[in-house]
Design a protein around this ligand. Structure first.
Ligand code: N01
Length: 545
């Protein structure tokens, strides 16, 4: 006798991706439940409310392109929208989808177990008052950057001042932004200088009495190019949305930036220098994703651009010693995610800002009064941990996910992730990943590329519905060959040679010191082609029954 299931599908996560997946499944006639660990929708935009949080993507290419009504009604106020506006946008999109009613909140999945005989999943929640839920299919839209990671230093809980991880920032109880906190009489520390650290540092420098930045590995940062969005520009965007969509679809990372189809040294010096200058001043990822085609793959071209950006840092930071500390020496430009900034380097010229080089004087512990380094005790009222995430795999590893034969996903991934299309893992039937390891969306403008994954999976689910399919899983060989493909693509880029969250390295987590291929870096068009090819060939690589 077939077991009566609670739902056809469960979607885990109420960020941009999960909301859209839930909507698509509902519209296709599936009974679907969305479950969200937090108390509201928004995903990373709900949690990361630190001062300075904003998109590094041009506002008009960040969001739901599939919803014409929303695109035509929404007016962005800045060229790169700040967190409260993005969260407000997501709420408006949710209203249009009427999606709240499909979700339960404060429902954090603790365990997911597959019934191999009857082809369904049982999900258990951390909240003990919640009964387990059964569903044929599970869509995990957990977020690649949703598992905040604290540093592995002792004494964190002993600090007697206030401390926050940037991804758990206190919220304004009545609005979309952060709580109103006053730092004007506070000695503030920030640990970490990734994209988050850079954003929070440039804001805290304006408001804190003193700001001390604890720097371990500097990054190559370039100007964001933010400014108000004029009505004229917004009107232009609205009447040209289809062009924007086509441009994003054709670009490597889902932006309107495109690499120049020439090698750097094929261009005369004067011309190339003028171009780099223009790109440096250009908006968003102009220099990272819009320079000469070989900058991210040829070490010599890369060195040239790195030296160009290093020179900018030297020009902008008055103290030469500080400038040198802020110039990366262990990797070239663009080999890690490039943080975008607004007057970030000038912050270090301010009297209220100081820099501690952790390579000379590492942190030994957090004490009740502040941060103890090998050199001295730095006393603070506030410590801000901009120390990043257990990225990509972390959100999945924090759930006990058991596939066929009771195998844990975490164990299956322990020696390196293997997926098919970044959408499924062998041994985990009916369990889909969205924006997880090796997904085409993880090294991409996420709303752009996650929509591609959602649309593709939804098409597959339409096929499953038509043909009454109860079980979908990838062939191990197909997954192995896809993973090999990801490895090959990564091998072509210099970023595969760097230690960062792109390559699975996390110095705060034991055992995460070996590089692995967590990203599909082949670009948006190539990923789309791959997906279309699988569909055209009767879902090759999948076993459906
Ligand atoms: O995290 P990170 P993030 N002692 O991992 C340091 C996206 N994002 O939150 O490199 C001292 O990049 C660590 O140092 P090191 C974006 O994709 C998007 O900044 O390990 N320092 C590093 O400097 C981004 O890539 C936007 O030596 C320690 C920092 O903390 C991703 O999120 C905005 C330490 C962590 O940097 C992650 O960015 C913001 C320790 N024990 C972020 N542990 C938008 O565009 C860690 N660090 C909207």
């Amino acid at each position: 006798m077939t077991k009566e299931l609670d739902f056809d599908a469960v979607v885990i996560g109420a960020g941009l991706t999960g909301l859209y997946q839930t909507y698509r499944l509902r519209e296709m006639g599936y009974s679907v439940l969305g479950v969200e660990g937090s108390d509201d929708i928004g995903g990373v935009w709900h949690h990361n409310r630190y001062p300075g949080a904003r998109v590094d993507s041009e506002s008009e290419v960040y969001g739901y392109f599939w919803n014409e009504e929303l695109m035509q009604e929404w007016n962005w106020s800045e060229r790169f929208a700040a967190q409260p506006e993005v969260l407000e946008y997501i709420h408006r999109a949710a209203d249009i989808m009427d999606i709240h009613k499909d979700y339960i909140f404060n429902a954090r999945v603790k365990k997911a177990v597959f019934d191999d005989e009857n082809n369904y999943w049982t999900l258990e929640f951390e909240q003990q008052y919640r009964a387990p839920v059964t569903a044929r299919f599970v869509f995990s839209a957990l977020g690649p950057l949703s598992a905040p990671q604290m540093p592995n230093v002792p004494g964190i809980n002993t600090f007697k001042g206030e401390s926050f991880h940037t991804a758990n920032w206190p919220r304004d109880p009545n609005g979309f932004g952060p709580a109103a906190l006053d730092f004007s009489d506070k000695r503030v520390a920030v640990i970490g200088v990734g994209s988050t650290g850079v954003q929070v540092i440039q804001e805290m420098a304006k408001v804190a009495k003193n700001l001390t930045v604890f720097l371990r590995s500097p990054n190559w940062c370039t100007p964001l190019g933010n400014g108000p969005m004029t009505q004229e520009r917004m009107d232009y965007i609205k009447s040209n949305y289809h062009e924007f969509i086509a441009k994003c679809d054709a670009s490597i990372a889902g932006y309107t930036h495109e690499f120049i189809p020439k090698n750097l040294f094929d261009v005369p010096k004067e011309e190339r220098d003028a171009k780099l200058e223009e790109l440096y001043k250009g908006p968003g990822f102009s220099l990272w994703l819009g320079a000469y085609q070989d900058v991210l793959s040829d070490p010599v071209a890369n060195k040239y651009v790195s030296e160009f950006v290093a020179q900018k840092i030297r020009e902008r930071v008055e103290d030469p010693r500080t400038a040198e500390l802020l110039i990366p020496k262990d990797h070239g430009f663009g080999m890690k995610r490039v943080p975008l900034e607004t007057d970030y380097y000038e912050v270090y010229n301010q009297d209220n800002v100081s820099l501690v080089d952790l390579n000379t004087t590492p942190i030994t512990r957090i004490t009740p009064d502040g941060i103890q380094t090998t050199d001295t005790l730095h006393e603070f009222d506030v410590i801000i941990y901009a120390t990043g995430f257990d990225a990509v795999k972390g959100s999945w590893n924090r759930i006990d996910i058991r596939g066929t034969d009771g195998v844990a996903l975490k164990d299956a991934w322990a020696d390196g992730v293997t997926t098919y299309m970044g959408m499924q893992c062998p041994g985990f039937p009916n369990f889909f990943l969205l924006v997880g390891p090796q997904s085409g969306a993880t090294f991409c403008n996420i709303p752009r590329c996650s929509a591609l994954a959602v649309d593709w999976l939804s098409e597959m689910m339409a096929h499953a519905k038509e043909t009454d399919i109860q079980r979908i899983e990838p062939e191990p060989d197909a997954a192995e060959s896809y993973t090999l493909y990801c490895t090959k693509l990564m091998g072509k880029l210099l970023l595969g040679q760097t230690n960062s969250w792109f390559t699975g390295i996390n110095k705060n987590i034991e055992g995460r010191d070996k590089r692995e291929v967590l990203l599909f870096v082949g670009g948006n068009p190539r990923f789309r082609e791959y997906c279309e090819d699988v569909t055209r060939n009767d879902y090759k690589g999948y076993v459906m029954s």
